[in-house]
Design a protein around this ligand. Structure first.
Ligand code: PLP
Length: 484
């Protein structure tokens, strides 16, 4: 009680009394003076001690509960949440404070862009797509330009069902919703399902475009740390016992930014927990076809016998991002809400592009293209690993992801990522610092290096510059310690 009796409240202030008390308690929690799971004083005794009305304490506790920093247990009292305040992202629709996750990467046209996850434009099958487009125009004439069904062009949905059987997913066109890219899928689900203050669990670190979509609906977010084979399931379960999130957002393969893929055990455990605690999972499959070691990819959706998974697939990384095409497979219970959100957002994804893409797949050009792109990326990936081994050995730590479009590298902790990025930028090299992918501390010494949009010559040059920059920083840092 000693921390509490010293709380000073100002009856003449314009800030309501409950908020003053709440803010004092918040500060004690933030400074870790009140530790996780500490029981807050009973309402009556705190009110007596502070000579205030019990309803002020009730409102202060509610205010803190809304912020997600305390939780109440029926008949037992109010406790400090078991999660550091900085790991909790509060709704910030009107907030002027920029969270680190919304920082932007500086772009100059002449720079080598190791931050971009956008595929090189020379890989785009322009001539084949043109052929498919011409065939569609000759075949469908004006119909190609009419409003399309909100759910999506039926023949494309049918074709997609056939395509994803390769990923062990069997579904029907009725369960598929065509979307204008995975980002729209995430946004539509947020629009359809989230209300201000709802909770969403995300991986730590994660794709900042998803965080921005959840934030735009006023969601609270809890970051669940990633391990080498997926989310930390023990931590996830602790939080599932305390909160009831609307959904858990995750990437099964080559997670952005870490490159982590889920083990079969973690996939099963995640599905079990979703079932046990009655939550949905958003599986963002933005990249699973970019594997470099032959192995069947088994998305969570392929194992989803209880209809817990909202599966989102993008055609941006394996095809062309400017098409803005993707699809979702939704549990039946959510379909109508998401369809209504799609209708109010853009009525439908471009019918012309859906028809052309369907024709492109029917011409048997799709598999061939994905195979070609995979080989190009695999070559770049192996080249990059070789250069890193040669020039940065023992100076960066990483786990080879064996797929995807990027590496997640760690520098020695006493090298400032900010200075490192600035020096690289002066040499026209852009990388993505780890702090972009989380709103709590923990990834300051990491960066994502993408090989999506760089040639082997550029990789060679870029890694050379990274080496030189590390040389400069190590020489100027008296406290430099090797990673080994
Ligand atoms: C993990 C992840 N999900 C979704 C997207 C957005 O994809 P799309 O272009 O299909 O909207 C990206 C883009 O980089 C991404 O990295």
């Amino acid at each position: 009680m000693s921390y509490f009796v010293s709380i000073q409240m100002d009856k003449n202030s314009k800030t309501p009394m409950y908020q003053q008390l709440g803010d004092h308690l918040y500060e004690l929690i933030e400074k870790n003076i009140l530790k996780p799971n500490t029981k807050l004083p009973p309402i009556r005794s705190l009110a007596t001690n502070l000579k205030i009305n019990p309803s002020t304490v009730v409102n202060a506790y509610k205010y803190l509960e809304n912020k997600g920093v305390v939780y109440s247990q029926m008949g037992s009292g109010t406790y400090v949440a078991p999660i550091p305040v900085e790991c909790l992202q509060m709704p910030s629709i009107h907030s002027s404070n920029q969270s680190p996750i919304s920082m932007t990467i500086p772009m100059t046209t002449s720079a080598l862009n190791f931050a971009s996850m956008s595929p090189s434009t020379d890989l785009f099958p322009v001539a084949d797509f043109k052929q498919a487009l011409n065939e569609v125009l000759d075949r469908d004439k004006g119909d190609a330009f009419s409003y399309q069904d909100t759910q999506g062009y039926f023949p494309l949905r049918k074709t997609i069902c056939r395509l994803i059987q390769k990923s062990n997913i069997s579904t029907s066109p009725e369960k598929i919703q065509i979307i204008s890219g995975a980002q729209q899928g995430i946004d539509l689900i947020s629009k359809a399902l989230l209300r201000y203050g709802d909770m969403v669990f995300i991986e730590k670190p994660t794709y900042n475009g998803a965080v921005a979509a959840f934030q735009s609906r006023g969601a609270k977010m809890i970051e669940i740390p990633l391990e080498k084979d997926g989310m930390d399931m023990d931590t996830l379960e602790i939080y599932l016992k305390l909160y009831h999130p609307k959904f858990i957002y995750m990437m099964t393969y080559y997670q952005n930014p870490t490159g982590i893929s889920y083990s079969p055990e973690k996939k099963r455990k995640l599905l079990d927990l979703a079932e046990q605690y009655d939550v949905y999972i958003i599986e963002d499959d933005y990249l699973s076809d970019m594997f470099f070691i032959h192995q069947p990819t088994i998305p969570l959706k392929a194992l989803d016998h209880k209809n817990r998974v909202i599966y989102i697939k993008s055609f941006s990384k394996n095809f062309m991002p400017g098409l803005r095409l993707g699809f979702m497979i939704l549990p039946k219970t959510l379909f109508q809400q998401v369809l209504a959100a799609k209708q109010t957002t853009d009525i439908a994804t471009s019918g012309l592009l859906q028809r052309t893409f369907e024709r492109y797949i029917s011409l048997h050009l799709w598999e061939e293209h994905v195979e070609k792109v995979r080989k190009v990326y695999q070559f770049r990936y192996e080249y990059l690993l070789e250069k890193i081994e040669k020039k940065l050995k023992n100076r960066v730590l990483y786990t080879p992801p064996n797929g995807g479009l990027s590496l997640w590298l760690q520098l020695p902790k006493n090298i400032s990522m900010e200075i490192f990025c600035d020096l690289l930028l002066q040499k026209q090299i852009i990388i993505a610092p780890g702090s972009l992918f989380s709103f709590s501390p923990g990834h300051e010494s990491y960066f994502r290096l993408s090989f999506a949009d760089v040639t082997t010559e550029e990789i060679d040059y870029g890694i050379g510059i990274i080496k030189e920059t590390l040389d400069i920083l190590e020489q100027s840092s008296p406290f430099y310690t090797s990673l080994l």
